[in-house]
Design a binder for this molecule. Sequence first.
Ligand SMILES: Nc1nc2c(ncn2[C@@H]2O[C@H](COP(=O)(O)OP(=O)(O)OP(=O)(O)O)[C@@H](O)[C@H]2O)c(=O)[nH]1
Length: 223
Amino acid sequence: MANADPSQKVDYVFKVVLIGDSGVGKSQILARFARNDFSLDSKSTIGVEFQTRTLLIEHKSVKAQIWDTAGQERYRAVTSAYYRGAAGAMLVYDVTKRQTFNHIARWLEELRGHADKNIVIMLVGNKSDLEKQREVSTEDATEFAQKEGLFFLETSALAAKNVETAFLTVLTEIFNIVNKKNLVAGENQGNGNSNPTSLAGKKIIIPGPAQEIPAKRNMCCRS
Ligand SMILES: Nc1nc2c(ncn2[C@@H]2O[C@H](COP(=O)(O)OP(=O)(O)OP(=O)(O)O)[C@@H](O)[C@H]2O)c(=O)[nH]1
């Protein structure tokens, strides 16, 4: 996937949240995507953090702002703030731990309870490199994803497999949704139904530079 020229203006900022049980690999998926990095002795996330990467989608510069939080209940930050403004979500389980897949329905419920109804959701089965320890079949997960209307991919943050594709799929889908809305808004302007503010209230579109993260916050971030 092409990274954008850092000197180019940012056309869009899309917030994507990572959720799933503790230890499934959320932080390492983020590290792989944002820095092409991986660590085997990854510490549990405490609170919330985000990282960004700016890439080109159809000649537009899209800043992906990926949020990561603790899977462990006691370390979790305020739920509604985490989901606010999210245009995409990665629902992660570990293919070697059945329980983490069984919990996906609960994570989905939380997501649907707090996030924008148009949020783009990708089910991610991580640690696909550990084939011998697999406890969740690709078929089971595919069936679940189809039933719930989710995208689905198996990834390995360790082997750098499908991580890019997973993010690119979600970001491109968001991009297409936003562009379609822009198109409709543009058409309306021409036929007397002008409503220039119609996009402003939509959580799914976060126009580029206008969206700044407040300086005072209880989170760590790397941009
Ligand atoms: N074999 C393998 N190990 C992985 C992979 N991704 C992550 N891990 C390991 O799994 C462990 C947990 O990874 P984390 O990224 O910290 O998990 P997390 O979901 O962020 O955990 P919390 O912050 O507690 O919610 C670490 O030891 C990682 O190195 C992978 O794709 N393959």
